[in-house]
Design a protein. Structure first.
Ligand SMILES: Nc1ncnc2c1ncn2[C@@H]1O[C@H](COP(=O)(O)OP(=O)(O)OP(=O)(O)O)[C@@H](O)[C@H]1O
Ligand SMILES: [Mg+2]
Length: 220
């Protein structure tokens, strides 16, 4: 389970302060599929980055399986990111010089998985997202929706309990967006926790629960 306690993030830009998150208290149960909506600048990405241990709070805490992540050092945080969490970004964030199967295998490289094992698993993951015929394509040789499916396969490479998507359908058309949400729903049915940020109510409708953010606060 993931929960936050009075999670606060203040960005300081010279003399100015931006309160990106204000005392957020949110609980996400294991196996839940939650969508977070809210206008641009309301703090959605900031919240996901904190939950995904990509960034640290100004005050307050993120708890993952009852561990206060604020007590962990950089190595321990990296281990949580590697073992428990898969991240999908709006801009796909694939490595452009690597082909699909190499992109998907990359987190397994960092986890110390041997080469033949990681390439085999990466190929299986690509087959599962419908890209078995595109494994040797570079990102520039794939459509936006295909690139996002490579990114989903990559997020699954270390078999994470939690999949976090920051507008995973933001750069694809509606039909492809729905196909991506179908994949996430399937992952949720396997028992994984899914946390997705979206502007799109149709996309949010795939989730079991929806939360709204405004001005750094999580509303109902
Ligand atoms: N690294 C940063 N430095 C300074 N301010 C930041 C930084 N990252 C985000 N902010 C500010 O924090 C606030 C929340 O940003 P955030 O990216 O979380 O919004 P968002 O809800 O994800 O918006 P969008 O829907 O446009 O992606 C914004 O006002 C933003 O300008
Ligand atoms: Mg954002």
């Amino acid at each position: 389970m993931i929960h936050t306690e009075n999670l606060t993030k203040v960005y300081r830009m010279g003399d100015a302060e931006v309160h990106a998150l204000r005392d957020v208290n949110l609980e996400i149960k294991d196996g839940e599929f939650i969508a977070i909506k809210g206008p641009s600048g309301s703090g959605k990405s900031t919240l996901l980055n904190m939950i995904g241990c990509l960034d640290t709070p100004t005050s307050g805490s993120v708890f993952i399986d009852n561990t206060d992540t604020a007590t962990l050092n950089e190595n321990e945080l990296a281990e949580i990111r590697r073992e428990k969490i898969g991240f999908i970004f709006q801009q796909f964030n694939l490595v452009h010089t690597l082909n699909a199967v190499e992109n998907v295998a990359l987190p397994m490289f960092f986890a110390g998985v041997r080469r033949d094992t990681r390439l085999k698993r990466a190929e299986e993951l690509l087959v599962n997202v419908g890209l078995g015929d595109r494994v040797h394509h570079k990102p520039s040789e794939l459509s936006g929706g295909q690139q996002q499916r490579v990114a989903i396969a990559r997020a699954l490479s270390n078999d994470p309990e939690v999949v976090i998507g920051d507008e995973p359908t933001g750069n694809v058309d509606t039909e492809t967006g729905n196909a991506i949400m179908d994949i996430l729903e399937g992952l949720n049915k396997e028992g994984r926790t899914i946390i997705v940020v979206t502007h799109d109510p149709e996309i949010a409708a795939h989730a079991g629960r929806t939360k709204r953010m405004r001005d750094g606060m999580v509303l109902d």
